[in-house]
Design a binder for this molecule. Structure first.
Ligand code: TXA
Ligand code: MG
Length: 337
């Protein structure tokens, strides 16, 4: 595509971060790294830029965006008020991969919140995101920097592939440490509720607040569970290749007749994958470290890698049903839907 060169890929020098901040304040879109995934940013005060986000992503405009702020930024006007519960979570987890859904303040445009009276707000810990947000001085709305329904980007090159022909600036920076989107916790009701699982677990939030938190699986079981969370749509985070989630014992009985990537971390699964490869040259193996955080960090790049290798299917190891693996499980199920 000759238009792929449209976006300027900027190394994260101080000068480029300042250029990025200036562009945001002039109403342009800037993609930037966070510790979770790359975001596609627009200053919340620039409404045409907010509309551009939806256009560039191909995302329905009733979906709310997360507003990002710098550490220590004054929340006055952006959220209704900082409750003691909110303050406890801010003190414990910001900067970091936790989004708080709270009543919005009068300065937060409805265009950002999908017309709702609540806003999702987070303070990322990635050094480039932190200095960019500090330089901008107003919140920056930023969904993941991918086309709607596609795999979230964890490298600047992924953003180029997704949006390079649609946006003017992409800031590069260190590889996202977490690799999957932030945990979203709603503080709108008496009981805090996890709307999207992430690196920060319900148990960690409970430990800080001293109250029971509605887990994501409880929230999903509720009829009409929050349809406003696009990450909650059943099919999401999808590569072109078909994703199958299998245990080592499923793999024993599997036969392969097309180009296949096996992704696993346990000895059992990797042993079976090796057997499969010995029988079929179309099989490739990606071995990840046997640790939920490491798998999360590598997950999206691995899904993209399958497409790059022109694999028709990905056989992913089924994560353990332990809370540590909940967020990885959630993203994998959506990729497989
Ligand atoms: O880790 C992340 O959160 C990344 C990085 C870039 O910060 N951002 C991200 O944004 O994942 P996005 O737009 O792909 O997902 C944001 C989710 C959406 O599913 C949205 O519906 C939900 O947050 N959200 C935002 N505001 C909300 C609100 N007021 N009520 C319910 N859900 C909300
Ligand atoms: Mg997204």
């Amino acid at each position: 595509d000759p238009h792929l060169s449209y976006a300027e890929l900027m190394p994260a020098t101080l000068a480029n971060i300042q250029r990025g901040a200036k562009a945001l304040l002039q109403g342009q879109l800037v993609a930037f790294p966070t510790e979770t995934v790359f975001g596609l940013g627009a200053a919340v005060t620039e409404l045409p830029a907010i509309h551009e986000i939806f256009k560039a992503k191909g995302r329905p405009s009733e979906h709310p965006l997360i507003a990002h702020i710098a550490p220590g930024a004054d929340l006055t006007g952006w959220v209704d008020r900082v409750t003691p519960t909110m303050q406890k979570l801010i003190d414990a987890f910001w900067p970091g991969p936790l989004t708080l859904v709270v009543p919005k303040g009068e300065r937060m445009p409805l265009e950002v919140t999908g017309g709702q009276n609540s806003v999702g707000i987070r303070c990322p810990s990635h050094p480039v995101a932190m200095s960019l947000l500090k330089a901008v001085g107003v919140p920056v709305a930023a969904p993941s920097a991918n086309r709607f329904g596609r795999v979230s980007p964890t490298r600047a090159a992924h953003v180029v592939a997704e949006l390079g022909n649609r946006i003017p600036y992409i800031l590069d920076g260190e590889v996202p440490e977490v690799g999957i989107e932030s945990t979203i916790v709603s503080l709108l009701n008496d009981q805090p509720a996890i709307l999207r699982p992430g690196a920060i677990t319900a148990a960690q939030i409970e430990a800080v607040l001293g109250v029971q938190v509605k887990t994501h699986s409880e929230v999903s079981k509720t009829p009409n569970a929050n349809p406003r969370v696009s990450g909650a749509l059943e099919k999401h985070y999808s590569p072109d290749a078909k994703v199958l989630i299998l245990s080592a014992s499923d793999l024993i009985h599997w036969s392969v007749n097309q180009k296949t990537l096996c992704v696993g971390w346990s000895d059992e699964f990797l042993t079976q994958a090796n057997t499969l490869r010995e029988l079929n040259a179309d099989v490739q193996i990606e071995a990840l470290n046997n640790n939920a955080a490491e798998v999360a960090k590598a997950l999206y790049a691995t899904l993209r890698q399958a497409d790059e290798l022109a694999c028709k299917q990905i056989l992913f190891e089924k994560p353990a049903s332990h809370t540590d693996w909940e967020a990885v499980s959630d993203r994998l199920k959506r990729a497989a839907a």
